[in-house]
Ligand binder design. Sequence first.
Ligand SMILES: Nc1ncnc2c1ncn2[C@@H]1O[C@H](COP(=O)(O)OP(=O)(O)OP(=O)(O)O)[C@@H](O)[C@H]1O
Ligand SMILES: [Mg+2]
Length: 334
Amino acid sequence: MNVIEVVGLTKTYKHAIKQPGIIGSLKHLVNQKYVEKTAVDHIDMFINSGESVAYVGPNGAGKSTTIKMLTGILVPTSGSVRVNGMIPYENRIQNAKDIGVVFGQRTQLWWDLPISESFSLLKDIYEIPDYIYKENLDTFTSLLNLNDFVNLPARKVSLGQRMRADLAAALLHNPKILFLDEPTIGLDISVKKRIREFIKKINVERKTTILLTTHDLEDIKEICQRLIIIDDGKVIYDGNLDAIKNAFSREVIIHFQLREPSTNIKSKLRLPKVYIESKTDINFCIRFNRLEYSTAEIVSLVMNAFDVVDFKIDEPSVDTIIRKVYDGQIELSI
Ligand SMILES: Nc1ncnc2c1ncn2[C@@H]1O[C@H](COP(=O)(O)OP(=O)(O)OP(=O)(O)O)[C@@H](O)[C@H]1O
Ligand SMILES: [Mg+2]
């Protein structure tokens, strides 16, 4: 069942431009000029209950704008959006009961209240039954180690503590979907790890659907099965992580180590479109395109020509591939 259904979703921001000075201000009053920016451009997205999806793309690609439309904060310019069967901006209160939201850049907690009091206010707002509230609070307190700072106001805790409190707050009412906009931004490695494990656990054990934006590719690898890449407001990839790897990791590098030094490595292995780099007399690597040769073919050719003691196959990581997509070095079409 699709819990998120988005068709042709578009958001155009319109903001007035003002010429400088007093004359500019006067002109601005009488004759306003606008510039338009299409931040989200005809996006389609179908997400099933229980999926964990990474929504990634370069700065300004339109990720946060999409999340804001899915959570009912922004009204789309055109297109349709349904979350749990509802139109988010028309049913903000009902929609809020079924979703949890964390914006890494901004807390959802009351700034001056002790975090524990923010939690109990949320209990009242969401009408969370006592037993669910207590059970969730106990679980999140131990998983996220909230005890040390839960009595401090949000403004006094560190960023990592604040993010953990925000995550707990977003999940107290057992939402079906959790939207996370850069939940690990600015955190140290150990807090990132804890947060990733927590999100993963919530997805696996509670079957909570996760939609997560991030610039940290480790988040994707640890948490998500599926990846949607957006660039300049348009979806340029939608598929699982392995598929992107298989489709775009065409270059394979194999490192070989020989038993005996050899001075004529290159001349012994002359193959079209195969590149050999020798590092020392016993170490070299071979680069080729997997569409031209298979790894097995190359390994067996080298094994026949030399006495090989060791070899290691390097395939580009998902990180490398996604970075290349961002940089425009790989064209994706779906
Ligand atoms: N309130 C706004 N008014 C006008 N333009 C906006 C507004 N919010 C965002 N934009 C523009 O819309 C585009 C998409 O912004 P958005 O914040 O959705 O990107 P993002 O993918 O979340 O980027 P980042 O990775 O930096 O968080 C950008 O060009 C941005 O400048
Ligand atoms: Mg953003």
